[in-house]
Design a protein around this ligand. Structure first.
Ligand code: HEC
Ligand code: HEC
Length: 319
């Protein structure tokens, strides 16, 4: 992070000069400005500690908030147009000033993704750093963010994902899966790896990973997952809260994938299981129901059958 910031200061003066040029040429076009007015949603700040919030405000609110902060040359068209388009795209994916309207588990997942983006130097956008050479996240700020996220790997009880809407009594299934794959209690307290309410308006889904999976992510061991790595995909019915925000309704099901190369050799080295409803009824009419799971997960066998790959997913941005 440091190195790339230093290398960018050389281009700063050039960009400053370009911005002045734009200012002189662009007086006429100043009248044409896309609006950056406040979006409709209610403003509810994320449930994060003050130091974390300050970092988001300083480094990310410029684009990902209801109060975009523009330095003077951003206010000058056509630079303004580029920035305005970035802000609109940025808000569409993450708006930190409205993040507080989401369930806690979703807020944490977004924070997890945010720190990934910073670590990979994908955020703030590289092009933005050219014009704003001191806008990058410092090593100390990154350390603060990582310290904030660390406890969630081991979080348990009411402070875990459970607080985000998983009924806390979901610790015991009605029986094993028909293919013998066990229910894995504690899935609600595993680290949230990703979340999605995109492309599907009926369910909210969160993917959590056990400690072995989380360590593999941190050690950049992907895409081959180590023995014992496990994922849970938790689904709720999505409800509209009346302000256009989806919140978790009824708990629907939890699905597991657990890696044991030899034991589950017939299904790509993964044991698949699904438990449905608040009584966690094992899904599948016989031991071979998991060919259904493989039907979808098979095409991603190059990713070791796993869809959720937080790091490569993030790497797409700004690279
Ligand atoms: C100059 C504007 C700008 C700044 C500043 C900025 N971002 Fe972004 N960010 C964007 C844009 C634009 C996108 C959407 C990229 C795309 O189109 O895929 C984005 C996307 C993201 C995503 C979603 C990535 C994904 O694919 O799911 C995350 C997370 C994110 N930013 C985090 C941050 C964080 C954390 C900061 C502050 C450290 C930050 N951004 C600062 C413009 C910005
Ligand atoms: C219709 C396609 C489809 C079927 C069938 C399917 N999955 Fe998935 N699964 C996905 C997708 C797509 C994801 C990525 C997360 C998301 O977008 O919801 C996923 C994610 C998961 C995850 C989180 C890890 C990962 O790969 O990202 C688990 C665990 C999981 N599925 C288990 C199962 C089990 C168990 C079954 C069978 C009972 C199953 N899946 C059947 C499409 C499918």
């Amino acid at each position: 992070m440091r190195g790339s910031l230093v290398s960018m200061t050389g281009t700063r003066r050039t960009l400053g000069a370009m911005a002045v040029g734009a200012a002189l040429m662009g007086l006429v076009v100043q009248a044409i400005r896309p609006s950056l007015g406040r979006p409709e949603g209610p403003q509810v700040e994320a449930a994060v500690p003050a130091q974390v919030r300050e970092i988001l405000v300083r480094r990310c609110y410029a684009c990902h908030s209801d109060e975009p902060r523009l330095v003077w040359w951003d206010e000058v068209a056509p630079v303004y147009w580029v920035v305005a388009s970035d802000v609109q795209r940025a808000r569409a994916v993450v708006n930190y000033s409205e993040l507080g309207t989401k369930p806690l588990a979703v807020q944490r997942a977004v924070m997890f993704e945010s720190v990934n983006q910073i670590q990979m130097e994908a955020m703030p956008l590289q092009i933005y750093l050219l014009g704003h050479p001191h806008a990058g996240v410092t090593a100390e700020e990154l350390a603060t963010l990582k310290k904030y996220l660390a406890p969630f790997a081991a979080a348990s009880g009411p402070s875990g994902v459970a607080a985000g809407g998983i009924p806390k009594h979901l610790t015991e299934a009605a029986g094993p899966s028909p293919n013998g794959v066990p229910f894995l209690p504690g899935f609600a307290d595993w680290r949230v790896i990703s979340t999605t309410d995109r492309g599907d308006n009926h369910t909210l889904r969160i993917v959590t990973g056990n400690e072995i999976a989380v360590r593999a992510i941190e050690a950049h061991q992907l895409p081959s997952w180590p023995e014992g790595a496990a994922f849970a995909k938790i689904a709720w019915q999505a409800m509209d809260d009346g302000h256009g925000h989806l919140v978790p309704g009824k708990f629907l099901q939890v699905e597991f994938m657990e890696k044991h190369r030899v034991q589950y050799a017939g299904t790509g080295g993964w044991g698949f299981a699904r438990f449905v409803g608040t009584d966690l009824k094992p899904y599948g009419k016989d031991a071979h129901f998991d060919s259904e799971c493989l039907g979808c997960h098979g095409p991603v066998r190059d990713n070791d059958y796993v869809f959720t790959l937080p790091l490569p997913h993030g790497a797409r941005v700004g690279r």
